[in-house]
Design a protein. Structure first.
Length: 600
């Protein structure tokens, strides 16, 4: 059993709840811009003092409306400025924020509100409010529903307009770091979500050590003011943690609620770092590759991408040959600078989590001047349990344990984590808590390997491990991640548990499919459903499958695949909000397609 840990970098003297961050920023640097709100096409700064005053106003309104310390207040919204404002106001009054994804189904919303016992709910839109009303009779504890788009912030603030700020100060003073800050329901790939109870101290341990490991991101580099554009859900622990860390560092934050607007917002807000998931980074690369091909520059892009990777690898080796430096400099002007410009021009760092990115793209991005720091963690570990740092980066791994924490590999290969970032319990689920937490260690359910320097590699998911009829253990992610890297592929689900061989269900990326049609001179109005049996299309998909198969043994390789006419989506219940595949749901809904793969 291998174990590794690093000394803590966190402030041991921290006291009070997370809302203290807002008030400390206002006191120290009141005129410093800490947020930016999009007004039309322009960004309007919000100073630390202005944000504190808004938080206090909403907090007074919540108190006037009867919100007590420890009450659960749910937030059902996309990532936006009001989300941050409401979250800090809820925490300022000693209440508990219960985030809910805006993409959640009616049943998921009902379950979370009911299980948490939320007394107040703040939703983003009238449509979401109507959804809640449809199940309101099942929610006896819910007393009030506010709607952001209907002026919830101003309306809540008006309730406390005549109240004293001292009421908020008293609530803040009565909130210890040990108090519950939030209950985040894990998106889950099976069954109802479980509520992870996270304290203020869990987050302080996470963000203070995170800032210590990645000061270039949160504190900025010489002459560069740090800023980030958050487009991943703040309802997810990853986005929430980074938001708290940026606030703690008094850096500047903006939000993009609509993923379709990310490209434009990157170019106008121009952040210095972002957080992402590998799926998004893969698609950015694939779009650039497709654009180059459509302009007749596909070969140039391929050589430039190869050069970027070679340059990155030479940095690890400690020596970059002169010919490679010259070649890299040429492509920097011809290709890399344009790619960086598309990302805003100032972006230099990305925090990536959710799943493994892989060495190929890690080296590519570093080679073009954008350093990606991969990490690993779960809701139960308050986001990152391991991370790569600028001084100690090892591409292809998810880094070393967060300072002040320990990671070990159990005898069966399961990753276990111990330290102050580990949650204390699942809400209303004692049995699940006792299964997850044993002797101070959290059993992640993921499989991995620790090298001699303490760097972690993820090898699979314990519960997702497939066992073929011949007794071969297969980790699906090993193949799936590589197949998805192809520009034509959107998703890949490997199957074969109890079967004679490994097979896969594959969905296509709409933009990749559009480019494929153009390249093959197929009619523009041709749908994916029209070509799922097309020999030329299947040959292209086979190329992606072959790429995945090269990373595994013959017994683990995909022998057959089936192209589906539709993609796996969040709305369809096949993908979690953090873009993980819901294997059980897919296997159930596409049972006929899976059976067809094994028909004689």
């Amino acid at each position: 059993m291998r174990e590794f840990s690093l000394p803590s970098l966190a402030d041991d003297g921290v006291s009070g709840g997370l809302a203290e961050i807002v008030y400390q920023n206002a006191e120290r640097e009141g005129d410093r811009p800490v947020y930016a709100r999009k007004v039309g096409t322009a960004w309007r700064d919000v100073t630390a003092r202005q944000f504190r005053d808004e938080v206090t106003s909403v907090a007074k309104g919540l108190i006037a409306d009867g919100v007590q310390q420890g009450d659960r207040v749910a937030l059902l919204s996309r990532s936006r400025y009001e989300w941050a404002l409401l979250d800090f106001a809820i925490l300022a009054v000693g209440a508990v924020t219960v985030p809910i994804y805006a993409t959640s189904s009616v049943e998921q919303i009902r379950w979370i509100l009911s299980d948490s016992g939320a007394t107040t709910l703040i939703v983003e839109t009238a449509e979401l409010a109507a959804t809640v009303e449809s199940v309101r009779s099942d929610l006896p504890t819910l007393k009030r529903v506010w709607t952001i788009d209907d002026g919830a912030v101003d309306a809540i603030g008006a309730l406390g307009a005549d109240s004293s700020d001292d009421e908020v100060t008293a609530r803040r003073s009565a909130t210890p770091t040990s108090a519950t800050a939030t209950i985040i329901y894990t998106s889950g790939t099976t069954g109802n979500p479980k509520g992870c109870v996270l304290t203020h101290s869990n987050f302080y341990a996470e963000i203070d050590n995170g800032i210590g490991v990645l000061p270039q991101l949160f504190r900025g580099e010489k002459g560069v003011e740090p800023s980030t554009l958050l487009f991943l859900p703040t309802a997810h622990v990853f986005g929430r943690m980074v938001h708290f860390a940026v606030a703690r560092a008094a850096a500047r934050t903006a939000f993009t609620p609509d993923i379709a607007e990310v490209s434009g917002d990157l170019q106008t807000f121009r952040p210095t770092f972002i957080l992402s998931v590998p799926h998004v980074l893969e698609k950015v690369y694939n779009r650039a590759q497709q654009k180059a091909a459509s302009e007749g520059k596909g070969r140039v892009f391929a050589i430039a991408a190869k050069t970027a990777a070679q340059y990155s690898k030479s940095l690890d080796a400690g020596r970059t040959p002169l010919p490679l430096r010259v070649k890299h400099a040429v492509f920097d002007k011809l290709v890399y600078a344009k790619l960086r410009a598309a990302l805003g021009g100032r972006l230099r760092h990305v925090i990536s989590g959710g799943s493994a990115l892989g060495e190929r793209l890690s080296h590519f991005y570093r080679g073009i001047g954008v350093q990606i720091f991969e990490g690993y963690g779960l809701t139960e570990t308050t986001a990152a349990a391991t991370v790569n740092s600028p001084e100690r980066v090892k591409l292809g791994t998810v880094g070393q344990p967060l300072p002040g924490h320990s990671v070990r590999i159990a005898d069966d290969g399961e990753i276990q984590v111990r330290g102050p970032i580990v949650f204390g319990e699942y809400w209303n689920a004692k049995e699940a808590t006792s299964e997850a937490l044993r002797d101070g260690w959290f059993n992640t359910g993921d499989l991995g390997e620790l090298d001699s320097d303490g760097y972690l590699r993820i090898t699979g998911r314990k519960k997702e491990m497939l066992v073929t009829m011949g007794g071969k253990n297969v980790a699906p992610a090993n193949i799936e991640d590589r197949v998805r890297a192809h520009p034509l592929i959107s998703n890949c689900l490997v199957v074969g548990d109890g079967r004679p061989f490994i097979a896969a269900l594959i969905t296509l990326d709409p933009e990749g499919f559009a480019q494929w049609k153009t390249d093959r001179k197929r009619p523009a109005d041709t749908e994916i459903a029209d070509l799922v049996e097309d020999a030329e299309l299947l040959a292209t998909v086979q190329e992606a499958v072959d790429r995945g198969n090269r990373a595994v043994s013959r017994a683990e390789s995909v022998r057959k695949f089936r192209v589906l006419p539709t993609d796996f989506t969040i709305a369809g219940g096949h993908v979690t909000p953090s873009l993980k595949l819901r294997r059980a749901a897919i296997s159930k809904d596409f049972a006929a397609e899976i059976e067809a793969l094994y028909a004689k």
